[in-house]
Structures are given as structure tokens and as C-alpha cells.
Design a binder for this molecule. Structure first.
Ligand code: XBP
Ligand code: MG
Length: 249
């Protein structure tokens, strides 16, 4: 099948962002007077819930607070999340988040080959804007579609964000490939009928990627080739490898 669109996840795929998100959550909790602290183990578990606000609500519901106190805390989630987003975007703007290997190279190759490129993410639009602002060759006009958490209220693993991107691009699911880092992302794209390449990150390496076209430790680059244990015949992923792996329908 001819590849007509590449749909890129953001957090964990475009860039390894979740440590910066985790720190921003903890900073927001402190600023709002909560003694909550999400260490790496807690956060890895909470990442099963996509969406920062949804993640906080899930955490609060698990605290065993009274019904009234639970309601009070949940009522404050939007304000806490606004503070978190501000702290996170400042961290991105300060250069704390780098693009992962292969992203810029694959986006450039896709553009040169006339393949549409979209962003499909659960994260907030402000976070994507901040990441694009510090990576000029990834600015919004490099993408034919940018679907963020605000445009798909039902977060991954629901397919909504991917269905929104396909509709905006006017592309059938079988002619697109999603690049994701997590099982939530794999399930979301698969539910939309889109084949998936997994580029797992430090937070998702343990997850089950059954059903993906392939699962890699990264997309690789000439400066950062894939390790032999990745078990691939290529040192870094190219568009031709994606097309070769797509179902031939
Ligand atoms: C990852 C997420 C997001 C981020 C936090 O999104 O689930 O919720 O963890 O960002 P994706 P927000 O992998 O789909 O890019 O706090 O803005 O939700
Ligand atoms: Mg992700």
C-alpha cells in the first residue's frame, strides 16, 4: 500500500517529554498547596491514563478522601492544570526537551516525497506550540493537520484524535501510518484502522506492542543508529521500511 500520510504522536514520540511533564505536575501541586508528589514509579503507572486533567482526576479518586474532599480537589483540577501547562511550556521554551532521533529526518523525507504529515496528540495545544517554537523546522506550517487534546475530548486509547486527523487530511486509514510510543497510542490508531510503528521511550518500553507493524527503541538516525538488539535489518527507519511493512491491500 502506498503511504500517503504519516501521523505523529507527540509525547514520547516526537520528543521524550514526560519527565518535564512530571516535574510540571509536581510544581503545580506545590504551588496550589497540595503535598502530592508523583515520583517516577507513580508517574509511570499514571501514564496509563492519557490527558493531564484526566490523569489528575484518576489520581485524586484513588486517594481515599471523603466524597466532599474528593469533589473539592477535582473542582480545582482545571486551575492546577493551567499552572502545570505554564510550568511545562516554560521548561520546553528553556530547552529542557529535545526532539527524538529520526523525527526531523522522517518529517523532511515525507515532505520531500509529497506525503502528508499530521500531529495527533492527547496533549494540550499550548504544549505543541511551545515545542514547535523551539524547533523551527517543526513549525505548524510543516504539518497538514495538528490534532491536540482540545480537539478530541475522548483521549487515547479512544480513536477520536486519529479519526479527526484522517477526516481533516481526507486520507483513508489504510494509506496512513501512525508513529507512537505507547500502548494507548497503538490502541487508538488501531481502533481507527491505522497501521502503527512504535518508537517506545523510557516510560513505555515495558508495554505490550502486539499488533504494531514494528516496535523500535527509537527511529534512529545516522548519528544515533539502532542498536543490534533492535533486531532490524536497517540502522535507522526510512519511509521505504514503513511502506514495506504496511499491509498490501
Ligand atoms: C501524552 C499525554 C498527555 C501528556 C500531558 O500525550 O497523555 O496527557 O502526558 O499533557 P500523547 P497534558 O502521547 O498523545 O502526545 O497535561 O497537556 O495532557
Ligand atoms: Mg505518546
Amino acid at each position: 500500500m502506498k503511504l500517503r500520510a504519516l501521523l505523529l504522536d507527540v509525547d514520547g514520540t516526537l520528543a521524550d517529554t514526560e519527565e518535564a511533564h512530571r516535574r510540571a505536575f509536581n510544581g503545580a501541586f506545590a504551588r496550589h498547596g497540595y503535598n502530592w508528589h508523583w515520583d517516577r514509579d507513580i508517574y509511570r503507572d499514571l501514564l496509563r491514563v492519557a490527558g493531564g486533567r484526566e490523569r489528575m482526576v484518576h489520581f485524586i479518586n484513588g486517594l481515599g478522601l471523603s466524597a466532599d474532599r474528593t469533589r473539592e480537589c477535582i473542582a480545582e483540577v482545571p486551575v492546577i492544570h493551567r499552572t502545570k501547562t505554564s510550568l511545562y511550556t516554560h521548561a520546553v521554551t528553556a530547552g529542557e526537551v529535545q526532539l527524538r532521533p529520526g523525527i526531523q529526518r522522517l518529517v523532511d523525507s515525507a515532505r520531500a516525497a509529497g506525503i502528508r504529515v499530521g500531529i495527533v496528540t492527547t496533549t494540550s495545544a499550548a504544549n505543541v506550540r511551545a515545542l514547535m517554537a523551539v524547533n523551527p523546522r517543526l513549525s505548524a506550517d510543516w504539518f497538514d493537520s495538528v490534532v491536540t487534546g482540545e480537539r478530541a475530548p475522548r483521549k487515547k486509547p479512544a480513536p477520536d484524535a486519529y479519526l479527526e486527523a484522517l477526516a481533516e487530511l481526507g486520507i483513508e486509514a489504510s494509506a496512513a501510518v501512525a508513529i507512537e510510543d505507547s500502548r494507548n497510542g497503538l490502541l487508538a490508531a488501531a481502533a481507527a484502522g491505522i497501521p502503527v510503528v512504535i518508537s517506545w521511550c523510557q516510560w513505555t518500553a515495558h508495554e505490550d506492542f502486539a499488533g504494531a507493524l514494528m516496535a523500535l527503541p527509537s527511529l534512529g538516525d545516522p548519528e544515533a543508529p539502532l542498536p543490534p538488539e533492535a533486531g532490524q535489518t536497517f540502522p535507522w527507519l526510512e519511509l521505504e521500511h514503513i511502506e514495506e511493512a504496511m499491509p498490501h491491500g
